[in-house]
Write a protein that binds this ligand. Structure first.
Ligand SMILES: *Cc1c(COP(=O)(O)O)cnc(C)c1O
Length: 349
């Protein structure tokens, strides 16, 4: 979801953006106005996440999953491999894609336990010639949160932050590359943000790479090698401004913690609902839960819809129920859901 005030703003600007008499969609990507917009968005994202100057910020077209292929294509030279920490469906897919086109190995996996807990460091296995280590801090589908640090600071860390960027503080300097598809927490679908360490870019061998998939080329052209998804960049700028106005990433994080705590506490105290994920490894942004009697889940979704509560169906890969609590979800949204859940349990329990 997006904040109502952004949607209203966008609606008002559709016919006349910044006095140009037209929408941002209708102006060229090399116009001073659009270049200004992109520059503002980059500066603001840098501020919000305190991104050091030694990092490049890219606004690329395409789904987050494009990065599943781009990372190995750019950073795995012949004879090298990469370690993947498999903690849910998104990291499993990234591992599968890397293995399909290059060499990759699994650091540890919780697949056999159904991804309800994160493997412990005792299970980690590393290989010597690792060019990078990859993990997914927030597993959106499984509702799992995962911390991972590289045992060797010389080996860059890659993180898929599609469902958590700008929702919690991060230390950018811990990473070689961070990417995030915009559609969960930032803007409309079709834009992916990439934050990448400049000196790692110099390692890329562009010869074998399609130009559009070459991080170094995209960085040299300041994300304007081809036409970026301009409207999405405009939406992202609006969201960055909104996050800043809310008090920045720390303030968002406090609210997000509160929202998640309300929901997990309620579920844990209930004998009608339960959360399958291990307490220590629960996501702050995607609360997966089930009803003790699974037959009630379709009825729950139907009744929720009648109350204006949407998007509560678990992902088709795992089933069950899921409440996503991204930045734009207000505290009142969680309160409304809790009151509905309580009521439904009383009627059906
Ligand atoms: C949604 C999601 C993706 C996939 O996004 P697409 O843009 O559809 O490719 C990848 N990783 C994570 C963590 C996600 O939440």
């Amino acid at each position: 979801m997006l904040p109502q005030e952004i949607l209203e703003d966008v609606q008002a600007e559709l016919l006349n953006w910044r006095g140009l008499g037209m929408s941002v969609m209708e102006i060229g990507h090399r116009t001073p106005e659009f270049m200004q917009l992109l520059a503002e968005a980059k500066v603001l994202l840098r501020q919000l996440l305190q991104i050091p100057d030694t990092y490049e910020v890219l606004f690329l077209g395409g789904a987050a999953r494009t990065q599943f292929g781009m990372v190995p294509l750019n950073f795995l030279a012949p004879g090298e491999t990469a370690g993947y920490f498999v903690t849910g469906i998104w990291s499993a897919m990234a591992y599968q894609e890397a293995s399909r086109i290059k060499n990759a190995y699994c650091i540890a996996s919780s697949q056999s336990q159904g991804y309800i807990k994160v493997p412990s460091p005792r299970e980690y296995q590393f290989q010597d010639n690792s060019a990078y280590l990859y993990f997914t801090p927030n597993e959106t589908i499984n509702g799992v949160r995962c911390d991972f640090t590289s045992p060797d600071p010389q080996v860059p860390l890659v993180a898929d932050m599609t469902s958590c960027l700008l929702a919690e503080p991060i230390q950018v300097s811990n990473y070689g590359l961070i990417f995030a598809g915009a559609q969960k927490n930032i803007a409309n679908s079709g834009l992916t943000l990439v934050i990448v360490k400049k000196d790692w870019l110099s390692k890329i061998n562009s010869e074998q790479l399609p130009s559009m998939l070459d991080y170094r080329l995209q960085a040299e052209h300041h994300s304007l090698y081809a036409t970026p998804p301009t409207f999405n960049c405009y939406m992202a700028l609006k969201m960055f401004q909104w996050v800043k106005k809310q008090g920045g990433v720390d303030a968002m994080y406090k609210k997000n913690q509160w929202k998640a705590r309300q929901l997990y506490d309620f579920i844990d105290a209930s004998n009608f609902y339960y959360c399958p994920v291990d307490k220590a490894d629960r996501s702050l942004f995607n609360v997966c839960f089930r009803t003790e009697d699974p037959k009630l889940e379709p009825l729950f979704l139907e009744a929720a819809k009648e109350h204006g509560l949407l998007a509560l169906k678990g992902h088709r890969e795992v089933g069950g129920l899921r409440a996503s609590l991204y930045n734009a979800m207000p505290l009142e949204g969680v309160e409304k859901l809790l009151s509905f859940m309580d009521d439904f349990a009383r009627r059906r329990g």
